[in-house]
Design a protein around this ligand. Structure first.
Ligand code: NAD
Length: 311
């Protein structure tokens, strides 16, 4: 046990010195007896992977045979009024990935930090030799009218949700081009398809992310790299189902049941809040061989709510 933790400390120190970000631990790839190994031999990097949708995506891709690296800020951003993920969350997700015995890696790193993202990508490629899948999932939300929104509250949301994916894509595209293939999936939102009073910065960041996705799909398609966005409806995670958000959405009754009802009212299918694994299913599909000619789309996962949208 002590040996293990010494090794972890050494790894942590060496990477801090090398790239300014911290590595929690790694496992080497091992063969696995699983039947459904659609992503065998592939390497995936998921941002914001400590919990919620990111954690579910990480586990799903690992179940399909990919080696999976995750990163998460595991610290608070001052303008965000609900807790972001902890180091324990990151360690727990890493431990679940490692339990599948394919290969796992976790970094404490901030998607806004170009040097950290480049160091993470370098570390992944140095260790596993390639990088096939990037999922830009890290995100934050703050609510309130634009008129009274602080400069930080605006800027932090744009920086994490929009500039973060741009930085991550810049870090991985040279490697994907060298491989002659790659899959990039940006987790946008149904709020990237419509306006919402009270979440202007979030909606603007997610609209922007869809525009970024389509533009980069055009820039990298010639090297067989697909770039798509996923637009989920409400998902039961710590970002949405917390006291701050429930009070903002349903001040008269800020309970989980009421939140679920509000979300369900927007759906045509008989379901309220989706679960993170529902979004992971769509990510896995976009990473699969069957989705090789799908690029430049924004895929709604909205339990039918999109039926109300313009074509
Ligand atoms: N929950 C929903 O209803 C919902 C709906 C549509 C889209 N989304 C999107 O899905 C994604 C995942 O959200 P979630 O619901 O799982 O929320 P979450 O808060 O559980 O997960 C987001 C993760 O990102 C991490 N993170 C935040 N800032 C970061 C940064 N600068 N660098 C690295 N990591 C950072 C957080 O620590 C957290 O672990 C987000 O992009 C979110 O906007 C969520």
């Amino acid at each position: 046990m002590k040996k293990k933790s010494n090794r972890r400390q050494m790894l942590k120190k060496s990477l801090l010195a090398a790239g300014g970000l911290s590595l929690m631990s790694t496992t080497q790839a091992k063969s696995t007896p699983r039947q459904t190994q659609k992503l065998e031999g592939k390497v995936a990097f998921i941002t914001g992977g400590a919990r919620g949708i990111g954690s579910a995506i990480a586990l799903r891709l690992a179940e399909f045979g990919a080696k999976v690296a995750i990163c998460d800020i595991t610290a608070q951003i001052d303008s965000v009024p609900y807790p972001l993920a902890s180091q324990t969350d990151l360690a727990q997700t890493l431990s679940l990935i490692n339990g599948l015995k394919i290969g796992g890696m976790a970094f404490q790193a901030d998607v806004r930090d170009r040097a950290q993202m480049q160091a993470a990508v370098k570390r992944i490629v140095d260790l596993w030799g390639r990088l096939d899948i990037l999922v830009c999932n890290a995100g934050i939300v703050t609510v309130g009218p634009l008129e009274t929104m602080s400069e930080n509250a605006w800027q932090d949301v744009i920086d994490v949700n929009l500039t973060g994916p741009a930085i991550c894509m810049q870090a991985v595209i040279p490697q994907m081009r060298a491989q002659g293939e790659g899959r990039i999936i940006n987790i946008a939102s149904i709020n990237g398809r419509k306006g919402s009073a009270g979440s202007a910065s979030y909606n603007a960041s997610k609209w922007g992310l869809i525009g970024l996705t389509k533009s980069i799909a055009m820039e990298v398609g010639n090297d067989n790299i697909t770039v798509n966005a996923i637009c989920p409806t409400g998902v039961n995670t710590d970002m949405l189902n917390n006291e701050y958000m429930r009070k903002a959405i349903i001040p008269q009754n800020p309970t989980e049941e009421a939140l679920n009802e509000v979300i369900q009212n927007d759906h045509t299918l008989p379901v309220g809040l989706l679960s993170p694994s529902d979004i992971a299913d769509s990510v896995a599909y976009l990473c699969s061989p069957e989705a090789k000619y799908i690029s430049g789309i924004a895929l709604d996962v909205t339990a039918g709510g999109s039926a109300r949208n313009n074509a």
